[in-house]
Write a protein of this length. Structure first.
Length: 179
């Protein structure tokens, strides 16, 4: 995704055509992030709109030395996490498990994943419980560590590790049933 600095400048100057052009250019990428962190397409659209508004309102803070794609990704993920925090009802269901050691990677699951298409994998991830799904996405897909995840989701590192393990176990079970 190559976004011209002139387009960013025009957006900073509140030019509507430029804002719409930026929206069109970033839509697919941002929506792919939103779909991973929400339970429905409608929620993803709402998250996309909220995140895009934050991107527009913070464009004057963008530094050209930082890749634009990484910058908007960070804003979008943080927006979705903020939206999630607003729905604290999910946090009441979190089990607090401390000092949980991660298990080694599961090679047999990795082989099963290689034979699946993206839609199947996405469907399985979307079927995870909401907190486990968010931890899985943040850790595996977006590359955050447990300390960052714990801070973002207002939980302990141990709880983050437990949710990652729980997600992996559930996905492994789904994949084994598939074979």
């Amino acid at each position: 995704m190559n976004i011209d600095i002139d387009l960013i400048t025009a957006c900073i100057n509140k030019e509507r055509k430029a804002e719409y052009e930026l929206y069109k250019l970033t839509y697919r990428y941002l929506m792919s992030i939103c779909v991973r962190y929400t339970r429905s397409y409608e929620e993803a659209q709402d998250g996309l709109n909220a995140g895009f508004m934050k991107i527009l309102s913070n464009l004057d803070k963008y530094k050209t030395g930082v890749p634009f794609k990484a910058w908007i990704r960070k804003i979008m993920v943080n927006t979705l996490i903020d939206e999630y925090r607003k729905e604290k009802k999910h946090l009441d269901n979190i089990q607090h498990v401390e000092n949980y050691a991660e298990l080694p990677n599961m090679a047999e699951v990795n082989q099963a994943i290689m034979t699946m298409d993206v839609e199947q994998i996405h469907k399985y991830i979307m079927s995870l419980p909401p907190v486990s799904q968010k931890v899985f996405n943040l850790y595996v897909i977006d590359g955050f560590d447990h300390k960052e995840i714990a801070r973002m989701l207002n939980m302990s590192e141990g709880t983050s590790k437990w949710h990652l393990h729980h997600s992996r176990e559930q996905l492994k079970s789904m994949l084994l049933k598939m074979n």
